[in-house]
Write a protein that binds this ligand. Structure first.
Ligand SMILES: NC(=O)c1ccc[n+]([C@@H]2O[C@H](COP(=O)([O-])OP(=O)(O)OC[C@H]3O[C@@H](n4cnc5c(N)ncnc54)[C@H](O)[C@@H]3O)[C@@H](O)[C@H]2O)c1
Length: 252
């Protein structure tokens, strides 16, 4: 167990009922953190916060649209007003769409980039201002195996491109914020056992599994445990890095 007592952790996109963000929030809270769950989905975020409060964990829910600069500013100010600091930011919110390049519209491209890249930028910028004053912070971004090998199963080329942009963004950011005691790292999950995976027809699922040396999808807990390590005080000399969590589907 890593100790996050006294730390304030913000997880974006944490309003999904079976998503990675929910498990990430649970894992930090179990290890003592005050967790702020934010999402554009109000009902989802409220349900996830309620569930955590019933377990006796410290959870606060906020509705925010990360694509809207005013919303991001208001969220950041609210967290600082309530808790005085932000120790960890997990940029988990994201969007995917299955479409070929031939059928893709400029609007599709913009929608995916707006949340996966521009929203991530806005949230990171706002939180970095707080972390710089503290001279401490940990940022973990959700990229994807699709950034490195192409997706094609659940996402189009715009999704892969947006997740590759996250890798470059994080590396550049690492050079800027290291002097302030802030680290920034990415995780690149492969296929994870969320609702979207379960929606795949059996034959297609078997074909995908055949390409994974471990012969199974990953669990949200396996992603969360890696994120929590990167966000810990113990990961103090790791920055600008990306960690694959894909059962060997892609190795580099
Ligand atoms: N599930 C996988 O297999 C997998 C694999 C690789 C990477 N990822 C990445 O991990 C992250 C989480 O994936 P998931 O499957 O749990 O996703 P999910 O769809 O279950 O959850 C994403 C959440 O982001 C929220 N969101 C979307 N737009 C938003 C906005 N503008 N403002 C605030 N919140 C917004 C959604 O409401 C949703 O609750 C995503 O970034 C995804 O790309 C997932």
């Amino acid at each position: 167990m890593l100790d996050f007592s006294g730390q304030v952790v913000l997880v974006t996109g944490a309003g999904s009922p079976k998503g990675i963000g929910r498990t990430v929030a649970h894992t930090f809270a179990r290890q003592g953190a005050q967790v702020v769950l934010c999402d554009i989905n109000q009902a989802g975020v409220e349900a996830n916060v309620r569930e955590m409060e019933e377990k006796g964990w410290k959870a606060y829910g906020a509705v925010a649209d990360l694509c809207n600069p005013d919303s991001v500013k208001a969220l950041t100010e609210e967290i600082v007003r309530r808790y005085g600091r932000i120790d960890v930011l997990v940029n988990n919110a994201g969007l995917s769409q299955k479409v070929t390049v031939e059928d893709m519209t400029l609007e599709d491209m913009e929608r995916i980039f707006r949340i996966n890249v521009f929203g991530l930028f806005l949230m990171t910028q706002a939180v970095c201002r707080v972390m710089k004053k503290q001279m401490y912070g940990r940022i973990v971004h959700l990229s994807s195996v699709s950034a490195k090998r192409g997706g094609g199963i659940f996402g189009g080329a715009h999704y892969s491109a947006s997740k590759a942009a996250v890798l470059g963004f994080s590396k550049n950011l690492a050079r800027e914020i290291s002097p302030y005691g802030i680290t920034t790292n990415c995780v690149c999950p492969g296929l994870i056992n969320t609702d979207i995976w379960k929606s795949l027809p059996k034959e297609q699922a078997e074909a995908v599994i055949a390409g994974i040396p471990m012969g199974r999808p990953g669990e949200t807990q396996e992603v969360a445990d890696t994120i929590v390590f990167l966000a810990s005080r113990e990961a103090s000399y790791i920055t600008g890095e990306e960690i694959d969590i894909n059962g060997g589907q892609h190795m580099d």
